[in-house]
Design a protein. Sequence first.
Length: 312
Amino acid sequence: MKTKRPMSILTSSWSEATEHFTAVLNPFLQEQIDTDVHQQPLHDAMAYTLASGGKRLRPVLAWVVSQLGQSPANITDMLFPTGAIELIQTYSLIHDDLPAMDNDNLRRGKPSNHVKFGEAQAILAGDGLLTLAFSWLARASLNSTDRVAMVQVLANAAGPAGMVAGQSQDMVDTARPITAAELQQLITNKTAQLIVGSVQIGVLAAHLTTVQQTALTQFALQLGRAFQIRDDILDVTETTAQLGKTAGKDIVEQKNTYPSHFGLAGAQAQFTDTITAAKAVWTPALLASFNLTVIPPVLVSLMDALEKGVNK
C-alpha cells in the first residue's frame, strides 16, 4: 500500500518547511558531531561554523524533493543524507573564507573560522567536515543501492566535476575577462552543482522515475544559477550588516560576477530569466506525473524568497 504524500509540506511556505525540518536536523547535526569528533580543538572548529546560523537551503531542498514520490521518505531516514549535504556546504564556506581563497573575515555575521581558530585549524576543520560527510551517507538507514548512488551524486556535485572545479576556475579567472558562457559555467560548477546534487539525493530517496529525475535536475540547475546570480547582485546592493559577510568584496577582488559582466540591470534581467526557466521545467506533463496541477507551493515560495531584494 502506497503512503499518501504529505501535502502539508508541499503546500507550506519555504520558511515553514525550513522551520519544520531544521527543528529535527539542527539537533541531529550537533549531537552527531559530538559523537563523531572527539579531538576537542578539531571538534570546536567544525561545530563552530556548522552551528553558525546557516539557512540549510540545500538539505531542506533535498528533504522537500524526497516528499514528492508516492512513498515519501521518512524524515528520520533523511537526516544522515541531508546532514552530509550540510557538512559539504559548511566545509566549502570555511575554505572559501581562507586568506588564500576569498580572504574574508566574516561569515554569517561572525568571525570566519580561520579568524576564530587559526588558518591551520580551519583547513583541518574543512577537511574533517568533507570526509565525515561520506561516512554519514554510508550510515544512512536506506538500502545499499540508494546509499551508493547518493555517495556518487554528492562526490560528483562537490568534487572536481562540480564545486571544486568552480572554485578553482573562480581563482583562475580573477581579474581576467571571460565570456558570458564561461561565466555561466563558472557559477554552474561553483554553486549550482551542489544544489543539483541536493535535489538528486531527494530524487533517490523518493524513488522517482528517470523522466522526473531529468526534469528536477534541470530545475535544480536553473535554481542554483539563480541563487548565485542573486548572491552576486546582493554583494553590490546590500551592506555588510545585511549580508553577514563583507559587502563589495567581489569588486575589490576583481571577481567575475553577473553585475561586473552585464551591469546591475543586466544581472537582474538574467536572474529573472533564470527563475522563469526554473518554473518552465514544471510542464503540465511533469505536474501530472506527480498528480499535481501547480508547482508545489513550497518551491514557489523558495523562488519568491530568492527574488526578494534582487529587483529593488
